[in-house]
Design a protein around this ligand. Structure first.
Ligand SMILES: Nc1ncnc2c1ncn2[C@@H]1O[C@H](COP(=O)(O)OP(=O)(O)O)[C@@H](O)[C@H]1O
Ligand SMILES: O=P(O)(O)OC[C@H](O)CO
Length: 493
């Protein structure tokens, strides 16, 4: 029996998962990698460590499954995270700058002041922010000695993590990205789906260092003969949030999902229409299957979700493992008046305020670590509520149900809080690994393992569902306190 594999290279960990034709998981292996924090607000990853983890995850998964036939492999990845390496030696010039790294705040202020953000939004669908790759490339070119010269000479090449992994898997030959990842760089025109020369000139980024932009589902390369996936077609690439949208089979305009991982990412399929946002959402590429028309999406990105649980564990040490947050939160009736806005990387959608910093407010002598744990979970749900409300205003509709996935969905208390705040059903599918599944689907479609998307629709089934129970009065009181807490984060930096 043949399987389709997916490499899911996330912010905190890397997985390789084998799926069968029904979308069931046959085997998987996962490894965490080091988060390097050289200064407050900075975060970088060692791409050699990530690549080593990919190789181990692939080997271990294949061994667990008894070394089966692999029909195709897809790649899905933390998006925007940027690395530049030497095309001859393969060595990275610097650790990858992670999507939530804020070292580029000055570049952003300069660009916003001098050029305004509207031109970027018009062309790429994104505001100028520390989040996207363009300013990370500029920082690397300006701060790593000799790098600009190497880039201009054609020796240094850029990639998001999809591109880097494909380049490694192909035996250092193929330098390609997919249109969903390219749409997160702030350098790609949504209209042409090519790099935009006006923006490249403005930012002084040499075009020759950028990968070729291709669809999300086609054979890009065969795994190198000497590698861990010899001659296996690498035939799907999607940014991880777009992969989750695809894995959740949100194929129709209006269908939406929210992924609860390190951050939270709400995304709604908008069909073949590019819908500009006036409410602080991102207009982005959903996916493109081979030669079919590109499908677009609107996204609400929240920088800190599961990361706040890691922070309570690693920095405050009030829990020793992530699951303990639920036990603590459940041991109190409510948040005891405590509100926690984890604006560790400023605030992303719908606010886009890099001057914001985290606050814990409403503290009295009554507050305990249990209340803080509850406030942390509520913060995740409030942030998702904010982006959903922005989407509802933008699209003039009310969301009645939300498909969810990601590592935090094991937390049933969070799912119930989310349902209450949204006043909508929250639905978790049978296969919770929707990100990897989406990449596997893209890869399998390209090689005919699945014939069409109708074959994928039947694989999506409900595993659990949460219905709201909260009075409108209680909801509006707590939401208005959350808004006051948000106000207190602003104008800090
Ligand atoms: N029981 C839990 N309750 C709350 N958060 C959890 C729980 N288990 C894991 N998490 C959080 O989920 C996140 C991992 O989710 P995952 O989808 O694997 O993230 P990513 O793809 O961003 O690496 C971590 O930030 C972790 O703190
Ligand atoms: O790896 P995740 O799940 O934290 O996702 C990160 C996003 O792709 C950042 O845009």
């Amino acid at each position: 029996m043949a399987f389709v594999g997916a490499i899911d290279q996330g912010t905190t960990s890397t997985r390789f998962i084998l799926f069968d034709h029904k979308g069931n998981i046959a085997a998987s292996h996962q490894l965490e990698h080091t988060q390097i924090y050289p200064q407050p607000g900075w975060c970088q990853h060692n791409v050699e460590e990530i690549w080593a983890n990919v190789e181990v995850c692939v080997k271990e998964t294949l061994a667990k499954a008894g070394n089966p036939t692999v029909a195709a492999v897809g790649i899905t990845n933390q998006r925007e995270t940027s690395v530049i390496w030497n095309r001859h030696t393969g060595e990275a010039y610097h650790d990858a700058l992670v999507w939530h790294d804020m070292r580029t705040a000055d570049i952003v202020h300069h660009l916003t002041h001098d050029h305004g953000i509207n031109r970027f939004r018009q062309i790429t669908g994104l505001p100028v922010a520390t989040y996207f790759s363009a300013v990370k490339i500029m920082w690397l070119l300006d701060n790593v000695e000799g790098l600009r010269e190497a880039a201009e000479a054609g020796d240094a090449i850029f990639g998001t993590i999809d591109t880097y992994l494909l380049w490694k898997l192909s035996g250092h030959t193929v330098h390609v990205t997919d249109v969903s990842n390219a749409s997160r760089t702030n350098l790609m025109s949504l209209e042409t789906q090519q790099w935009d020369q006006e923006l490249l000139d403005l930012l002084n980024i040499p075009r020759s260092m950028l990968p070729e932009i291709r669809s999300s589902s086609e054979v890009y390369a065969l795994g190198a003969e000497s590698g861990t996936l010899p001659n296996v077609p690498i035939s799907g690439m999607l940014g991880d949030q777009q992969a989750a949208l695809f894995g959740q089979t949100c194929f129709e305009a209006g269908q939406a999902k929210n992924t609860f991982g390190t951050g939270c990412f709400f995304m709604m399929n908008t069909g073949t229409r590019i819908i500009p946002s006036s409410k602080g959402l991102l207009t982005t590429v959903g996916y493109k299957l081979g030669n079919e028309p590109t499908v677009f999406a609107l996204e609400g990105s929240v920088a800190v979700a599961g990361q706040v649980v890691q922070w309570l564990r690693d920095n405050l040490k009030i829990i020793s493992k992530a699951s303990e947050i639920e036990t603590l939160a459940l041991s109190v009736e409510d948040n005891g008046g405590v509100f926690f806005v984890p604006a560790f990387s400023g605030l992303f959608a719908p606010y886009w305020r890099d001057d914001a910093r985290g606050v814990i407010c409403g503290l009295t002598g009554y507050a305990t670590r249990e209340h803080l744990a509850r406030a942390a979970l509520e913060a995740v749900a409030f942030q998702v509520m904010d982006v959903v409300h922005a989407m509802e205003e933008e699209a003039n509709m009310k969301l009645t149900s939300l498909r969810v996935d990601g590592g935090m969905t094991v937390n049933k208390t969070l799912m119930q809080i989310q349902s209450n705040l949204l006043n909508a059903k929250v639905i978790c599918p049978r296969v919770a690994e929707t990100t990897a599944l989406g990449a596997a689907y893209a890869a399998g479609l390209a090689v005919g393992y699945w014939k069409n998307i109708d074959e994928l629709r039947v694989n999506w089934q409900i595993a659990s569902q949460w219905d709201p129970f909260m009075t409108e009065d209680d909801r509006s009181k707590t939401v208005s306190q959350w808004k006051k807490a948000i106000e207190r984060t602003l104008n800090w930096e």
